[in-house]
Design a protein around this ligand. Sequence first.
Ligand code: NDP
Ligand code: 13P
Length: 337
Amino acid sequence: MAKISVIGAGTWGTALAILLHGNGNQVTIWSALSGEVEELNSTRVHRNLPKARIPSEIEITGDLKSAMEERDLLVLAVPSVFVRSTARRMREFLRPGQIVVNVAKGIEEDTLKTLTEIIEEELPGVQVAALSGPSHAEEVSLGLPTTCVAAAHKRHVAEYVQSLFMSRIFRVYTSPDLKGVELGGSLKNVIALAAGMADGLGFGDNTKAALITRGIAEIGRLGIEMGGRAETFAGLTGIGDLIVTCASMHSRNRRAGILMGQGHTMEEAMKEVNMVVEGVHSAKAALALSRRYGVSMPIVEQVNAVLFDGQPARESVTELMLRDKRIENAGMDWEED
Ligand SMILES: NC(=O)C1=CN([C@@H]2O[C@H](COP(=O)(O)OP(=O)(O)OC[C@H]3O[C@@H](n4cnc5c(N)ncnc54)[C@H](OP(=O)(O)O)[C@@H]3O)[C@@H](O)[C@H]2O)C=CC1
Ligand SMILES: O=C(CO)COP(=O)(O)O
């Protein structure tokens, strides 16, 4: 049995806390918000997971010091925009040997850093990992079979995280490709916004398949240029997570995209979804990275135009359809005629 604290009491943090408790670990949930601590302590149910009871053995606290004391593993589950500030708050309580596993998906807009890079910067010397994959909290909390990947620079860190999360309903693979795993998990949210917009516009399965396929091509092009491995983008944290996020009604990004496709503004869509829509926070970073690395990302460009330049989603589709004619795979060509 390990002692684990989940730092962040959102939908995902809560679902993972219940899973880790079910695996026989001693689990604490910490929230930055005192109202949330009180609500969860009194109801023992997260508002977005109404069918999943939080067992009474899980302590829920707003005291970060006590939540970090003598813990083997710290699961960082706050939205990406709070990762830096939360890691900074954790610095004075972190002890040697404690492992931090990040489960949020995003890229910092100002620095273009991945979330584990931010954690390493704020918590020097920490052993860090990322857990990612096609995994909606709503389904994990119901015990529906799910697969994820634990990625870390060090094999023993990845295998430790694997051993704690792995269960009958939650299969965990390991990967040394931390960069690729994190990029796949954050960039797919931007493409999922586009898939939602297509749904909101009333387009069909052909359009969805096109966005998923061309979307993973964009993600892979950038990810490989940044040092990620091609195999990772063909795996659970790449195409796997992209498929679930573009197809599932649980997806916050897809739902926000649907609303925008129906004509709502980005602000209206985020308010209506009322949970973190990470693609909106990662879209500018994705575009900036595509320019920094000289990689073409036409879907990401169009999502940015809709989000930030007021371009109607329907116009973006036309722009994508009428781009210059090209070969499907730039790495492939004919012998000269
Ligand atoms: N939900 C899912 O299925 C999955 C989510 N993820 C990732 O996990 C991360 C968290 O998502 P999720 O749990 O769904 O998000 P939610 O929207 O459910 O929860 C966000 C949480 O952040 C809290 N919060 C608000 N302000 C702060 C602050 N200053 N510091 C720290 N926390 C704060 C919110 O409190 P309040 O509600 O009171 O505002 C809320 O508890 C995201 O990066 C997401 O992409 C990854 C895989 C699956
Ligand atoms: O990352 C996720 C599933 O793997 C969650 O996606 P959404 O944030 O779009 O719900």
